[in-house]
Design a protein around this ligand. Structure first.
Ligand SMILES: *Cc1c(COP(=O)(O)O)cnc(C)c1O
Length: 413
């Protein structure tokens, strides 16, 4: 996920606004400009658990919008574990980890995550965004450089900026270009990449990235928010898919709100890396620990994800079914072997029109537009889950074929 302009007043050059009225007028002008460009975001109100069928703004839709790849967000065993644990632990942790909020429930989940990912230690964070902030800020700083894939998630890019290091973005998936840059850059401290790219669904070329990092003595940080639980043996993610372990990928970030269906995140690595995050990770230290009941629910979700490999096999099989159908229709796909299946629309106007046409046909498929993705590559982001049926995927393809024809010319082409 890219994101050059995150909404600061730097987005629209203008004279300084020195009165409250002028400030408000400038804000209104920026909002109006965003809407005119077809880039305004809109909150939708969903009801009921995050499953494949959902009431959105009062209408029942078949949803291809969630990252709940294994269908665990609404699993009664996970929800039941949450409810039972809330009875035991209460609703909240009550304090930051270092000030009394760290419980046996957190410790047990950290141990389970470390064992699963084959790392010495894992450390829980409240969100993946915060995990990335801590990891990059602890491992890089002023006078150093963070090299990031051009399509990395926004939180990795923000982390690099916050670290005070120089941020350089290498062409997407181009390990050779990265290796050349690293060879010429003695200040390189961190190379940060998504494992599975969140808006494209493709895998980072981790073996080549790891080799380049080893030669340059840079930390390789892999944010596998969309790979863990879905790809690799035992769902252990993109590094495991390539047969790489802690030696090649020393710092692994995972999120709990995607395949595991709950909420939160973790960073895993050797004991010293985790100890450094505890000492200096400001987004770890200065925030309330996640609810212990949530940690218990996540441990149940992890148990199910590992005990029921058919879930990830099914999500991947439905993704293949979608791809075959879309290819037969001549729709422009990206080379994604994962449940993230983007359909490239081009301009923002067509992406929006496609999403609206699908919604009229009963499907929720979000349009993803710049600056989340690069200019000219607006898309529908279809995400498949083990909870979908074949019939739902086939019905989506039919609706997509009609919507595709109906929106030709929507970008004014
Ligand atoms: C979702 C996501 C995050 C953020 O994780 P949250 O727990 O939702 O804050 C970070 N990195 C990637 C690649 C993601 O897709």
């Amino acid at each position: 996920m890219t994101g050059r302009c995150s909404g600061g007043s730097g987005c629209v050059p203008s004279a300084p606004a020195r009165t409250p009225e002028a400030r408000r007028a400038r804000l209104a002008a920026r909002l109006a400009e965003r809407a005119r460009a077809g880039l305004a975001r809109r909150l939708r109100v969903a009801e009921g658990p995050a499953g494949p069928e959902r009431v959105v703004d009062g209408r029942r839709l078949v949803s291809f919008a969630s990252n709940d790849y294994l269908g665990l967000a609404a699993d009664p065993r996970v929800a039941g574990a949450l409810a039972r644990a809330a009875g035991r632990w209460g609703a909240g942790a009550g304090a930051a980890h270092l000030l009394g909020g760290h419980t046996a429930a957190h410790a047990a989940l950290e141990e389970a995550l470390a064992e699963w990912t084959g790392r010495e230690r894992a450390l829980l964070f409240s969100t993946g965004y915060m995990a990335n902030l801590a990891v990059v800020c602890v491992l890089a700083g002023r006078g150093e450089t963070v090299h990031a894939d051009r399509l990395d998630h926004a939180s990795l890019l923000d982390a690099a900026r916050l670290s005070g290091a120089r941020l350089r973005r290498y062409p997407h998936g181009d390990a050779a270009a990265l290796a050349r840059r690293l060879a010429a850059d003695p200040s390189a401290a961190v190379v940060a990449t998504d494992g599975v790219f969140s808006m494209d669904g493709d895998l980072a070329p981790l073996p080549a990235l790891a080799a380049a990092c080893a030669r340059a003595g840079a930390w390789l940080v892999v944010d596998d928010a969309h790979g863990l639980g879905v790809v690799g043996p035992d769902g252990r993610g993109t590094a495991a898919h390539f047969g790489l372990g802690a030696g090649e990928v020393p710092v692994l970030v995972g999120t709990l709100g995607k395949a595991l269906g709950t909420f939160g995140a973790f960073a895993a690595g050797d004991a010293d890396v985790v100890e450094a995050l505890i000492q200096w990770g400001r987004s770890y230290v200065y925030t309330t620990a996640p609810p212990p009941a949530l940690a218990e629910a996540t441990r149940e979700a992890l148990r199910i994800a590992r005990a029921e490999p058919w879930r990830r096999e099914r999500a991947l099989a439905l993704a293949r079914r979608f791809r075959e159908g879309a290819q037969a229709l001549g729709l422009p796909l990206l080379p994604s072997p994962t449940p993230i299946q983007p359909v490239l629309a081009g301009g923002a106007a067509r992406a929006l029109a496609l999403s609206a046409a699908l919604e009229a046909a009963g499907f929720h498929v979000p349009a993803v537009r710049p600056p989340t993705v690069p200019e000219g590559s607006a898309r529908l982001r279809v995400s498949l889950s083990a909870a979908h049926t074949e019939a739902q995927v086939d019905a989506l393809l039919e609706a997509l074929a009609r919507a595709w024809r109906a929106t030709e010319g929507a970008d004014g082409a």
